[in-house]
Design a protein around this ligand. Structure first.
Ligand code: MG
Ligand code: MG
Length: 270
């Protein structure tokens, strides 16, 4: 699963470009968050994201990726990831995961949020909270000199402590930099202390996907949309981050992760 070799190490200038790409993604996702409401189509959300990315002088990285036909992935309810925006009309009580990426001068950013459409039930609010918190706990567990699965173990440990959730294993986080998907894999479960060493200049996209039921998934006939095998609903959150001697820098968070990492007692380089 792990490829120790081939982990791309970025210079500080390259990390600065990744931060620019990350901020474009962060802004696009915050626009999308405020645009989600009953009656909006996933295609309209896609257009908003594409307009913002291009107006920022950046390029969408999902568009055309292995033939993917849109700027963002929109995954609704039992759809886990990789849903294709289209004519689907969001309705009150839905959950929509929006996954967005951008390129600035050849350097990539990748992040995702799950948002409630109107009011949703408490179980779904808690599903989203647990998933997003596990993402932050994962990043907060990363230290220079540590190992990639320190992140995985922190995500799993947090989620298991919160209730009976399925942690999707078929899709995982990844290295990111001059391409969107690079070595190493960043699983959302496992024992700590394994995988490549965490070093300065490495950048990782961490993206827990958790469900109210099974961990099993299948892909729909469109060859993209991943759904839970049992129809249970899921949440997905993602950030791209890097480690410096001064602490973590969350490249796709508006504040670089400062507020949330402080809450978790972890130094932040922002
Ligand atoms: Mg993503
Ligand atoms: Mg990703």
């Amino acid at each position: 699963m792990f490829r120790d070799r081939g982990v791309e190490i970025k210079t500080p200038d390259q990390i600065a470009l990744m931060r620019k790409a990350g901020l474009v993604v962060s802004e696009a996702l915050s626009l999308l968050r405020s645009a989600v409401r009953p009656g909006v189509t996933t295609k309209e959300l896609d257009r908003l994201a594409e307009e913002h990315i291009r107006a920022s002088g950046a390029t969408p990285n999902f568009l055309g990726y292995h033939g993917f036909p849109a700027t963002i992935c929109t995954s609704v309810n039992d759809e886990v990831v990789h849903g294709i925006p289209g004519g689907r009309v969001l309705k009150e009580g839905d959950l929509v995961s929006m996954d967005c990426g951008a390129i600035v001068e050849g350097w990539h950013g990748d992040a995702a949020i799950t948002v409630a459409v109107g009011a949703v039930n408490d179980e779904l609010v808690e599903l989203m909270r647990v998933c997003e918190e596990s993402l932050w706990r994962g990043m907060a567990a990363a230290r220079l000199g540590g190992r990639v699965t320190d992140i995985s173990a922190a995500i799993e440990g947090y989620v298991r402590g919160q209730g009976e959730y399925g942690i999707v294993e078929d899709y995982v986080g990844h290295g990111i930099g001059s391409a969107m998907h690079m070595a190493p894999s960043v699983p959302n479960h496992g024992r700590p202390g394994k995988g490549p060493k965490l070093v300065q200049g490495m950048a990782l996209a961490v993206e827990p996907m958790i469900t109210l039921g099974t961990v099993d998934t299948r892909v729909l006939d469109d060859d993209w949309t991943v759904v839970t095998a049992d129809g249970s609903w899921s949440a997905h959150f993602e950030h791209s981050f890097t480690l410096t001697p001064a602490g973590a820098l969350v490249l796709t968070a508006e504040d670089g992760g400062a507020a949330k990492l402080a809450e978790l007692g972890v130094p932040c380089a922002a």
